[in-house]
Write a protein that binds this ligand. Structure first.
Ligand code: GLN
Length: 479
């Protein structure tokens, strides 16, 4: 069900909040064991307290874009009183002492937070195979990876366990699992959604964003979660959400694609590394837009090939610093029987972190160490600037860039897990967007044997335009 349809049932008294919530809870009960999307489903008592509060809001005529709407939250975002594990053993016993700003905003809007979803440990990964709580399976085919790192949030929505969920995207972790599971996923502009209460992976890249099955629902949730937050110094003071009107209708930035300038990176799409079905899908969308009056312009990203090394140096460097705080003293898991503090810290980190997280801490520590800092970290910052300029130049010429979210369809569970470099390469089209801080949405294209994820990118703070184009394309496709 679309959020708008649920709201209309509430307003017409055709359904109560409890009925809707029970419907989704029973889906979770039936499906979660198979897909492993949730790490934690909240106690019934806690959920029903929220239900009572939301029902009261509705009865009093206090209608918001998300009142009475069940939502799942990635388990690296704090919900007070419940664990925030980041899918890591090291935080397995950590209880959140406060709510993330997005969670406060969801509560204030009367949304119902159902539970916490699975992820790659500390959001490091592209397949959700790096979780202390086990892999997440793709509902389109349980032998395939769900995509990551927000695999649980994507699957919870794709398998109808909740209508909406939140994930985080540092280098593609919302868009990639959205692409692999055939749903929508929006990575907002850096600074549009508060990161307060999101456990940091790479702070200069991390953004919280939503997953949905229907494009309209992105407008609804963005209306609630975006906007300035004094607790996040990188949050934008000027951005004001204006995606939904007082009657809960979505606001479109434009109604058709006539005259829109669309950038099409032909070289990328023609790359032999791109699977045929992905290439054909992007070509189909471009043709559709052209047939409907958009102006298609060929564009080039001269430095895109450096995006992966640049991203993996910056992300691991920031991660090595951010993860220094997990020492067995301040947070979470502590190893037993240690003769001194140093041994205790070493053992706690050794036993508490998984393999991929350790690899990243090692790489990041190396890149930041004296003697290598200039050659790696500083160089990566320069490359980041060049990539940003690439985008700036392109976005002077066009309003949007359309390209694949991933060069391939999802692969079999286990297929790439022993080849981290191969795994990192699947992020080629997503990481550049984070390096530049831009917004981007994944839309699913259902025509061939498996849905294909297509990415729409635009300039900073153009969320309304990106979602509008996603909406129009969806309607033109009749899906
Ligand atoms: N796959 C990328 C990584 O492993 C992106 C992860 C993310 O966006 N959190 O770093």
């Amino acid at each position: 069900m679309k959020v708008k349809d649920i709201l209309s049932k509430y307003i017409k008294k055709e359904a109560s909040v409890k009925e809707i919530v029970d419907y989704y809870l029973s889906n979770i009960e039936q499906k979660n064991e198979k897909y492993n999307a949730f790490i934690k489903i909240f106690d019934r008592e806690f959920i029903y307290d929220q239900v009572i509060r939301s029902q009261r809001m509705i009865d009093e005529g206090n209608i918001t874009p998300l009142v009475g709407i069940p939502i799942a939250i990635k388990d690296n975002i704090n919900v007070k009183g419940y664990p925030t594990t980041c899918a890591s053993k090291i935080l397995s016993n950590y209880i959140s002492p406060y709510n993330a700003t997005v969670v406060e905003k969801l509560y204030a809007a009367g949304a119902i937070i159902i539970g916490k979803t699975n992820l790659d440990e500390f959001a490091m990964g592209s397949t959700n195979e790096n979780s202390f709580y086990g892999i997440v399976r793709n509902p389109l085919d349980p032998e395939l990876v769900s995509g990551g790192s927000s695999g649980g949030s994507a699957v919870a929505v794709a398998a109808d366990m909740v209508p909406l969920s939140l994930g985080s995207d540092t280098g593609g972790s919302i868009r990639l699992p959205a692409a692999f599971c055939g749903i929508y996923g929006l990575k907002p502009t850096y600074g549009v959604v508060s990161r307060y209460g999101l456990v940091a992976y790479a702070s200069s890249l991390d953004q919280i964003g939503p997953f949905s099955k229907y494009v309209e629902d992105l407008f609804m949730i963005m209306q609630v979660i975006s906007g300035f937050d004094p607790y996040d110094s990188t949050s934008s003071r000027d951005f004001k959400p204006d995606f939904v009107d007082d009657s809960m209708n979505i606001k479109l930035a434009f109604r058709d694609v006539r005259g829109l300038r669309i950038g099409f990176p032909t070289k990328i799409v023609d790359d032999p590394a791109v699977e045929d079905v992905v290439r054909n899908s992007v070509n189909d969308i471009i043709r559709l837009l052209e047939d409907n009056g958009a102006m298609i312009k060929e564009i080039e990203f001269p430095y895109l090939e450096y995006a992966i090394p640049c991203y993996y140096i910056i992300a691991t460097s920031e991660a090595s610093s951010n993860l220094a705080r997990y020492d067995g003293v301040r947070y979470g898991f502590r190893a037993n029987d240690c003769e001194d503090v140093r041994t205790m810290m070493k053992k706690s980190r050794g036993e508490g972190f998984g393999l991929e997280v350790k690899r990243r801490i090692l790489v990041g520590t190396f890149c930041l160490s004296s003697g290598y800092y200039d050659a790696y970290y500083k160089k990566a910052l320069k490359v980041r600037n060049i990539i940003k300029k690439d985008f700036q130049n392109i976005l002077k010429e066009v309003d949007f860039v359309i390209m694949p979210t991933s060069p391939t369809l999802p692969w079999k569970i286990g297929e790439k897990i022993n080849d981290p470099v191969q795994m990192y390469l699947s992020d080629i089209y997503t990481v550049a967007v984070n390096l530049a801080g831009l917004p981007s949405v994944n839309i699913p294209y259902y025509k061939y044997h498996f849905p294909v994820g297509i990415q729409i990118i635009s300039d900073h703070f153009q969320e309304s335009k990106i979602m509008s184009l996603a909406y129009i394309i969806t309607n033109l496709l009749g899906s």
